[in-house]
Design a protein around this ligand. Structure first.
Ligand code: FAD
Length: 511
C-alpha cells in the first residue's frame, strides 16, 4: 500500500527546493509561488487526414490503452453490445498493474465503491486463488476496493473477460495520431506490425494514462503540481523471489520493533502459525528508517535509493515480495519529458540493483533472494490530465462532494509522493466524494471519453482518484455511456449519465 501519503523532505532536497521556490511556498503561503505551467502543450501532431493509410477496423467504440481504466471501458462497452476494439502497445492488459508490477490494489476506504465490474473481477481473481478478503478489517481498512490483483492472474483473466464480451484486442499497437473533423475524432492512427493503420469508430475512449489520444485531438491538458511544476515521482517496480517472508516479518517486528504494520500483526502471526502465506508490508518508516540509513552510511545505498522503500507479500506467490521502489527523485526526472523519462528507466534499474543487493546482504529472510521480475513499464503516478467539462479539485475531496451524475465514489487520501508541500486531511470514516461523469468528457471533442489517471482533475485531486479501483469504475461507466450514447444517438459529451436508466448504470449517487 502506498501508505506514506507524503515523504518527509530530506535536507538535500530542501536545499535544492529552496533554490527553486520561496520558503513561503513550503509553508503554504501563496505569494511568490512560481506558478507551474499548468497547461501543457498539445502532443506533436501529424495531419493524417489525407494520408493513404489502410483501415484495420471500423467499429462502434475504440479504446486506446488497456490499463485498469481502458480495459474496464472496453469490456463494459462490449457487454452492452458495442462492437469494440481495444488498442494496447504492450502484450498484456492491466497497464501499471501488470506491466508496471503495481501491487496491491488500494482500498477506496469506503463501503459501496465496488461497482459491478469490480465485483465480477474480484470473483474471477478469487477463483484463481487470490483471496478477496485478506482478513484485514481494522480502522485503516474499512470500505471497498479489497480485490487483490496478482499480475500473472490478471493478464489471463483480462484476456478471458475481453474474449467473453467480444472485445477485439489489438496488442503491439501504439497510438500515433488522430483524424478529427467538426469537433469529432473520426479515426485514430496506430503503429502495428504491418505498419500504420487507421481505426475508425463512433466513440473513442482514452485510457492511455497520459491523455495521449485527447492531446492528439487537441483537448487542453495540464501536468504536474501547480506549486512545484513537478510531476509525481516515477518508480521502477520489481519483485524478488526466494524470500523467507516469515523471517523478514520477525526481523521488522521483533528486531527493529517496527510498528508500521501493527494493525495486522496478529493476523500475520496466525497465518505463520498455521503455515498460511501472510500478508504484510515493510517500509522505510519511523523505527525502520535507521536500518536503511545505515545502508547509506556504509556506502551500499545512495540517498536516492532510500527516498521511498516499501515491499508487500503477494497472495499466491509465497516467497515473493512486490517492491514499491525504487522511486526516482522528482527533482531529477519528469514523466512528461520523453528524454528524462527514458533516462529514469536506466537510473531506476541501477537503483533496483542497489536495493536488491542491500536486501540480500542485510535483511534476514533475503539470504537466498533474487530479482524475479522487473517492470516492463515505468511507474508513472501522474503525467498529463485533461481539462474536461468538470474539473475535479481537491475541494471536491475535502468537502466530500456528491454529484447527481456520479460514476463512482472513493475516500482514498490525497497521496502525493514528493516533498511535504501538500498535506490534506484524511476524510472521516464514512465520508467519501464522488466523480462526476462530466470529468470524463471534454468541451472540444464530442465523441471522446477520457478515463483513469488522466481524467479531468487537479494535481492533488488526481493524487486521490488515481488508484486502481477508481480507475476501473471510471472506465466501466465510460464503456456503458459510450454504448448507450451510440444506441440513443447522443454524443458522449452531450449525454447525461443520470438519463441512462438506473438498471443500466454501474453506479448511482445516493445524494
Ligand atoms: C509506482 C506506483 C505505485 C502505485 N501503487 C498503487 C497501489 O499500491 N495501489 C493502487 O491501487 N494503485 C497504485 N498506483 C496507481 C495505479 O496503479 C494507477 O494510477 C492506475 O493503475 C492507472 O490506471 P490507468 O488505466 O489509468 O493507466 P495505466 O495503468 O498506466 O494504463 C495505460 C495503458 O495504456 C497503454 N498505452 C499508453 N500509451 C499508449 C499508446 N500510445 N498506444 C497504445 N497503448 C498505450 C499502456 O501500455 C497501458 O497499458 C500506483 C502507481 C504507481 C506508478
Amino acid at each position: 500500500m502506498e501508505k506514506a501519503f507524503a515523504i518527509p523532505i530530506s535536507r538535500r532536497d530542501f536545499m535544492k527546493l529552496a533554490g527553486l521556490t520561496a520558503a513561503g511556498t513550503l509553508l503554504g503561503v501563496q505569494d511568490n509561488v512560481p506558478k507551474a505551467e499548468a497547461s501543457a502543450a498539445p502532443a506533436h501532431r501529424v495531419d493524417f487526414e489525407k494520408a493513404a493509410i489502410p483501415t484495420l477496423f471500423n467499429v462502434d467504440v475504440c479504446v486506446v490503452g488497456g490499463g485498469a481504466a481502458g480495459t474496464a471501458a472496453a469490456i463494459s462497452a462490449a457487454r452492452k453490445g458495442a462492437k469494440t476494439v481495444l488498442v494496447e502497445r504492450g502484450i498484456s492488459l492491466g497497464g501499471l498493474a501488470t506491466q508496471g508490477c503495481v501491487f496491491p490494489c488500494m482500498p477506496t476506504f469506503i463501503a459501496g465503491s465496488d461497482t459491478p465490474y469490480i465485483t465480477d473481477l474480484n470473483k474471477r481473481m478469487e477463483k484463481q486463488g487470490a483471496p478477496l478478503d485478506l482478513g484485514i478489517e481494522t480502522n485503516t481498512y474499512y470500505g471497498g476496493g479489497k480485490g487483490q490483483y496478482v499480475p500473472e492472474y490478471l493478464t489471463l483473466i483480462y484476456d478471458e473477460m475481453c474474449g467473453e464480451a467480444g472485445v477485439e484486442i489489438l496488442y503491439n499497437a501504439s497510438l500515433v495520431g488522430t483524424v478529427t473533423k467538426d469537433g469529432k475524432i473520426t479515426a485514430c492512427v496506430v503503429q502495428t506490425a504491418e505498419g500504420l493503420a487507421k481505426i475508425k469508430a463512433k466513440v473513442f475512449i482514452d485510457g492511455t494514462g497520459d491523455a495521449l489520444l485527447a492531446r492528439f485531438a487537441g483537448v487542453p491538458t495540464e501536468k504536474g503540481s501547480e506549486k512545484t511544476g513537478r510531476n509525481q515521482p516515477m518508480s521502477l517496480r520489481f519483485e524478488m523471489g526466494g524470500i523467507d517472508v516469515g523471517k523478514v516479518y520477525h526481523f521488522f517486528k521483533n528486531d527493529l520493533n517496527d510498528d508500521y504494520g501493527k494493525d495486522i500483526f496478529g493476523l500475520v502471526d496466525d497465518a505463520l502459525k498455521e503455515n498460511r502465506p501472510p500478508f504484510f508490508e515493510f517500509a522505510k518508516w519511523k523505527k525502520s528508517e535507521n536500518f536503511f540509513k545505515e545502508g547509506v552510511a556504509k556506502g551500499e545505498l545512495t540517498e536516492d535509493d532510500i527516498l521511498y522503500i516499501q515491499a508487500f507479500t503477494i497472495p499466491g506467490k509465497p516467497t515473493v515480495m512486490s517492491m514499491n521502489c525504487p522511486e526516482m527523485p522528482p527533482m531529477s526526472f519528469s514523466s512528461t519529458d520523453a528524454v528524462s523519462a527514458s533516462k529514469a528507466v536506466s537510473f531506476g534499474r541501477r537503483m533496483m540493483r542497489h536495493l536488491a543487493s542491500f536486501f540480500i546482504q542485510n535483511l534476514p529472510g533475503f539470504e537466498k533472494a533474487y530479482i524475479s521480475r522487473e517492470a516492463s513499464m515505468i511507474g508513472v503516478r501522474e503525467s498529463w490530465r485533461i481539462r474536461g467539462k468538470y474539473y475535479m479539485d481537491v475541494e471536491d475531496y475535502l468537502h466530500a462532494r456528491h454529484f447527481t451524475d456520479a460514476v463512482c465514489r472513493t475516500a482514498y487520501p490525497v497521496d502525493i509522493h514528493d516533498v511535504k508541500l501538500d498535506l490534506f486531511k484524511k476524510l472521516e470514516k464514512g465520508q467519501y466524494y464522488e466523480i462526476p461523469y462530466r470529468a470524463l468528457v471534454t468541451n472540444e471533442i464530442a465523441n471522446l471519453l477520457v478515463v483513469g489517471r488522466c481524467a479531468s482533475g487537479s494535481f492533488a485531486a488526481q493524487a486521490s482518484f488515481r488508484i486502481q479501483p477508481t480507475c476501473m469504475s471510471m472506465g466501466e461507466a465510460a464503456g456503458i455511456a459510450a454504448a448507450w450514447g451510440i444506441s440513443h444517438g447522443i454524443e458522449a459529451n452531450a449525454l447525461r449519465w443520470e438519463d441512462i436508466p438506473a438498471e443500466e448504470r454501474s453506479y448511482m449517487s445516493e445524494g
